[in-house]
Design a binder for this molecule. Sequence first.
Ligand code: NAD
Length: 450
Amino acid sequence: MTDRYTHLVNTGFTATLAKRLGLPQPAILRRFSAGDPLVPGPVLVLGPDTHDGSDSDAVAQHLLGLDLDVHRSPSTGTARWGAVVLVLTEIERVEDLSEHVLAAGSVLKQTARGARVVTLVREPQPDDAPALAAARQAVDGFTRSLAKELRGGATANGLVLAGGAAAGGEGVLAPLRWFLSARSAFVDGQLLTVGPADVPAQDDARPLEGRVAVVTGAARGIGAAIARTLARDGAAVVCVDVPAAGEHLAKVANEVRGTALQLDITADDAGERIVAHARARHGRLDVVVHNAGITRDKLLANMDAARWDSVLAVNTAAQLRINDVLLASDLFRDAPRIVSLASTSGIAGNRGQTNYGASKAGVIGMVRATSPLLADVGGTANAVAPGFIETEMTARIPFATREVARRLNSLQQGGQPVDVAEAVAFLGSPGAGAVSGQVLRVCGQNLVGA
Ligand code: NAD
């Protein structure tokens, strides 16, 4: 559901009034709907060296293979552009940027609603020549700044190719397709690092076909949306939540044709019970989504041990204990995926949330250190950090605070649970095999904090 203000400024008389008064005009975001095209118009692929074998050529060829209307230079009279892909992997000096970024700029007034800009660049290395490192790092600042300029639900994000990742390999192309798609609606101003891992080509319509996923905290909110989205993408889903949420849990599990496991994730044997359930009911285990989380907000001066300890126990310690069991299990060895819910509070901090901020920053540290432990079985561990998401939790925030929190991002609105779920589903998919140890923010590019 779009919030009421966003609805009003997109409808008839109130839309005109809002425009005249100069009020923020959040767009209705382009979200995934089966059968819709990947992008809402022609795609402009820009970058140095359009010769055969260049990175921009490899990307353009791939997009052509998806039946998209691909152009290599800005032409007038084209329908509204659906996307601009800036392949900047071969730049060597900041002076190399202007031709390509200005060509991109020349079409930005003719983009479709929910258009996408995606930049590709190589990761700067400590032993790069300073001019090369400057050129590569410049793309980071460019992408984040452009994201703040776009309107109409358009977003700008970037892929940073590390360790010799090939621009034309599926490890890069699957994340590129995801950024271009409607599935990344509330992801804006983000740079995702992609490594050189070999990744099999995937069917984006059902990337999780034949895979078994566990979602903790699946009875409601973001967890229920994750269960639905993973099931939509083809996974058999094990829905986990506390016994007190049993009725809601059963409903979600039935709806997604999965199974329910009533379990408090802080139990000593939680990991063993999850693995045993997956083995007995589904015969395999591929994706574990650590979504269950709690808040117990208080200023630190008023914090008691119960509030501090319970938040760290549920949000961080339980995930660590379950991961230990997963890493030791023979069931979790076929390109497994761990996706943990962090929060922008764990990146930028939040008043009244020292316990929660610590717990979510802990999750970020955990996925970074878990990532190499899964590498030899083709596995990954990543975190998704939501910003302001419209859930029961955020609906309880007092009106004025809530209104400020939901507007202070580049898309001028709160995200939906499904936006977080799409990011989780992407990181859980085989195509995200070259993305590991990363934090993907789903926050509409929060303007507050980092
Ligand atoms: P929610 O409170 O609506 O749902 C959390 C679910 O987790 C509930 O069903 C609850 O019963 C379950 N749970 C709690 N403790 C558990 C335990 N010990 N064992 C098993 N299940 C347990 O929360 P939400 O808003 O849907 O958030 C989901 C995740 O996203 C959390 O990790 C949260 O910290 C994170 N997050 C949410 C937002 C937001 O804006 N809503 C922002 C950033 C991060």
